[in-house]
Design a protein around this ligand. Sequence first.
Ligand code: GTP
Ligand code: MN
Ligand code: MN
Length: 374
Amino acid sequence: ASSGDETATFSMPIYACQRRTTLDHRNAVFTEALSLLAENAELSQDEGRAVAFRRAAATLKAFPEPLTDARQLRGCPCLGQHSLSVIQDILENGSSREVEATRRSERFKAMKLLTAIFGVGAKTAAQWFQEGIRNLPQLHQSGRVLTRAQQAGVAHYDDLTQSVTRAEADTIGQIVEEAVGAKLPSARVTLVGGFRRGKLSGHDVDFLITHPEEGREEGLIPKVVAHLEARDFLLYHKNNRNSYTEASGTPASTMDHFERCFSIFKLPMPEGGEPHSRQDDVALRRGECRRWRAVRVDLVVCPFSQFAFALLGWTGSKLFERELRRWATQQKNMSLSSHALYDNKQRKYLKAATEEEIFAHLSLEYIPPSERNA
Ligand code: GTP
Ligand code: MN
Ligand code: MN
C-alpha cells in the first residue's frame, strides 16, 4: 500500500447492516448536510435520490475519524458523485451551497412545516404547497377538509413537533404496561424504535406487544385502547387489524400486517414541571397550568412466533432495516420482513426465536440495537 501518499484507507463493508453504527460519531457536519438532502428528496418523493443520500450519510456515520481530506474516503462505499461534491464543498468552504440553498428555500421550509402535521405525507403537503399553502394559518384559511388524523395533528401541532424525552417514553411505558397487564396478564411489552437503539429523544414512542402463548394476543389492541380511553390517556387513535397470512406475506416488504394502533397519548406532566412548548407559555401567560402534553405512540401486537422478526423490524433505524432486506435479497436470495424470513432457494421459512438467530440465518455478524444507528 505504498502508492506514495500518506492517507490510510479503511475498508468499509458495503451494506450498513454489516457495520456497527453508534449514535455518536466524528462527522456530524457532513452527515447532517447529506441527511438534509435526503430529507429534501423524500419531500420531493424522489425515493432513489433519498436512499442514495441516506446511504452516503450512513457511510460517514461509520467513518472512524474526522474527515479532513476527501482522499480519506477512498475505499468507502455508497459515495456517489453528488454526495462527494457536497462533501468536497464542505471541506473547502465550511458549508455546502446546495445544502444551504435547500435549507433556505421556501418549498423546503413549507414542506417540512406541513409534513410535521401528523397525518400529512409528502404527497398531501406538495398538493397544498401547489395551492399556495405555506403554514398553519394559511391551511386554516384555505378551508381544506382535513382527515381525523390531520385534525388531531393540527390541534396538537406544538406538542407533537417537540421531541419526546427518554423519561417521557418510560412514563408512557408504565402506562402501556399497566393497560396491557390489565387486559392480558403475562403479555410482554417491549420498547422498540429509536429508544431501543439508545436515543435520548424521539419523534414518538414505539412498543411491541406479544404473549408467550400464541393466539392469546389476538384482538388485544381494541381492549387496551378501551382501557386507556377510560383513563383519559388517549387524544387520538386509529386501530388496524392483523392482516398477515403466510400466503399473503409479501416478500421483503416494508409495510407489515400486524395488529396495531397509531395514537396520540395525553401524557400527564409532573406538577410544577418546566414548560415544554409554546402552548405551555400561552397557557401560563393566561394563568392556566398545563397538566399534560400530547405524545405520538405506536403500539404493535405480534404473534409470539414472529416476535424476533417484529423486534428486529421495529427497532430500526429505517436505513438499517432497508439494508438488511437488501442484503437478504441480493446476497442470500432470501426475503426478510417484520413477520418472517423466507429462503427462496430452499423454498422454506427460516424460524428464529431471537434477533441473533436471524443475523445468523443471514450470515451476518450480530449487531446490537445501539449499533444499528445507520
Ligand atoms: P424516531 O421515532 O424519530 O425517534 O425514530 P425511530 O427510529 O423510532 O422511527 P419510527 O418510529 O418511525 O420507526 C421505528 C421503526 O419501526 C423503524 O425501523 C421503522 O422502519 C419501523 N416502522 C415504522 N413504521 C412501520 C410500519 O408501518 N411497518 C413496519 N414494518 N415497520 C415500521
Ligand atoms: Mn419511533
Ligand atoms: Mn413510530
